[in-house]
Design a protein around this ligand. Sequence first.
Ligand SMILES: [Fe+2]
Ligand SMILES: [Fe+2]
Length: 186
Amino acid sequence: MARMDPIIAWHTEHEYFHQLLALLQREVDVFHEGGQPNYELVLDIVSYLHEYADRFHHPREDVAFARLAQRCPDLRQPLARLVQEHRIIAQSGEKLRKLIQSVINGAIIPRVEVEVAAATYLVYYGNHIAKEEEDVLTRAAMTLTAEDWEAVRNAVQPGPDPLFGGGSGDRYRALRRQIAQEARVV
Ligand SMILES: [Fe+2]
Ligand SMILES: [Fe+2]
């Protein structure tokens, strides 16, 4: 979350993640229909979500949730669940990333294993973001103070967003191109 309105920045990152999950969903659909998914693309999506969401987005949310839970006792339980889900998302993402990397490296892995791991990750992640959007963002906007947002910003050292940050590094070039192509089609 950058130094723009923190709620807008928060929501914008969710929109970015939604775009990636939609791309991932399409590859899972191809897989489900017996086709050959773009494994490199899937690997890039899951890697980016690890590199950016797990390391920056989620730690900032953890601080925002802790502050919000102090001020809104009725939200304590759902917020605790969301924090727990960050760990589950990180673990299931890592499991999926390793699985896809193995497939790319030529390992023979049952299709169903890859499909289930990807579909589970998708459903879990999609529901997680939906809950944050529905239950948390508005309450956070109404409740958190400037000092809270400062703490949220300082939760982690700011790092560049290698995909949506406006840079042109090589690592996510193909995924960046794919996202731009989707935007032209819509
Ligand atoms: Fe989250
Ligand atoms: Fe989030």
